[in-house]
Design a protein. Structure first.
Ligand code: BJW
Ligand code: ZN
Length: 243
């Protein structure tokens, strides 16, 4: 079993990371469902659905503005940096549910944002999209067309950007190793990505201090934090890879 695992790791040509809120926890960004997670204090249906947004746009915007300030002040941690470092040795793709941009800031160049980005805004009606890092004077901000602007993120009940999701499936279908870090794997469709990788007979490795709904499906489960495990894992991969 371990010989098989070792051989597959050595010969890996493409490694895909699937990441979630837990990978940014050590950068000071709260998770959703963990201890101190957002959904422990707030009802997701009141903050992360289009109905909630139309019900109380100011409240939803205030939540995103608070998070944006925290995210812009945060720094990538050793987990993000280790993933970026691995790109020097093998093809790496990051499929992230996070909207914080920390993978890109750590240096990863091939990142697909499944749930959008907190830096981007879009109009609720017209095609207007923009990137914003400053704060708004009035909430909710209004588009030139007179309608409300919203964060360009994916809320419950909304489809993922089709092109991004299509590419994510292709990468999951064609990777040799999938490393799943810092996600509870309860939110669909992102939680189906390990199944696509499994169909390709790829190795599944999970990094999470807590067991998840898919821990028993993993080839290897590292029950520790990503800032602890990923630098070690990447250094083993670097020395194992036939590069
Ligand atoms: C560490 C760590 C450390 C801690 N190191 N690890 C009924 C009504 C409406 C929808 C549905 C429904 N039933 C099912 C659905 C589908 C729904 C869904 O999956 N719901 C489930 C929750 C039941 N999915 C959707 O709606 C998706 N769209 C969709 O399916 O479209 C098709 C469709 C369209 C139209 C009609 C019908 C279907 C969209 C999902 C969008 C998710 N949006 C959010 C918020 C927006 C972005 C934002 O503001 O940030 O995305 S919710 C939130 O969950 C956020 C995250 O990206 C996402 C995933 O969470 P994640 O990353 O896994 O975080 P946590 O907190 O859950 O886990 C953190 C983990 O880290 C834990 O395991 C810790 O142990 C660990 N950890 N410290 C490593 N240091
Ligand atoms: Zn508009």
């Amino acid at each position: 079993m371990f010989k098989d695992l070792e051989n597959k790791l050595k010969n890996a040509e493409k490694i895909v990371f699937v990441t979630g809120a837990g990978i940014s926890q050590e950068s000071g960004i709260p998770t959703f469902r963990g201890k101190d997670g957002y959904w422990r204090k707030h009802d997701p249906m009141k903050l992360a659905t289009i109905d909630a947004f139309y019900e109380d746009p100011k409240l939803v915007w205030e939540w995103y503005e608070d998070r944006r300030k925290n995210i812009l002040a945060a720094q990538p941690n050793p987990g993000h940096k280790a993933i970026a470092e691995l790109e020097k040795y093998v093809k790496v793709v990051v499929l992230t549910q996070n909207i914080d941009g920390l993978h890109q800031r750590a240096g990863s160049t091939n990142v697909l944002e499944l749930h959008g980005s907190i830096i981007r805004i879009k109009c609720t009606v017209c095609d207007f999209k923009d990137e914003v890092t400053s704060t708004f004077e009035r909430l909710p901000p209004i588009c030139k067309c007179g309608e409300m602007l919203r964060p360009d993120v994916v809320w419950f009940g909304e489809g993922l950007p089709q092109d991004v999701w299509g590419e994510a499936i292709n990468h999951a279908n064609s990777c040799d190793v999938m490393i799943i870090a810092g996600t509870s794997l309860v939110v669909s469709p992102a939680n189906s990505l390990p199944m696509y990788a499994r169909q390709n007979n790829s190795i599944l490795i999970e990094v999470n201090p807590e067991p998840t709904v898919m821990t028993s499906d993993m080839d290897l489960s590292l029950q520790t934090t990503s800032a602890n495990a990923l630098p070690q894992l990447v250094s083993i991969l670097k020395s194992d890879l036939n590069v």
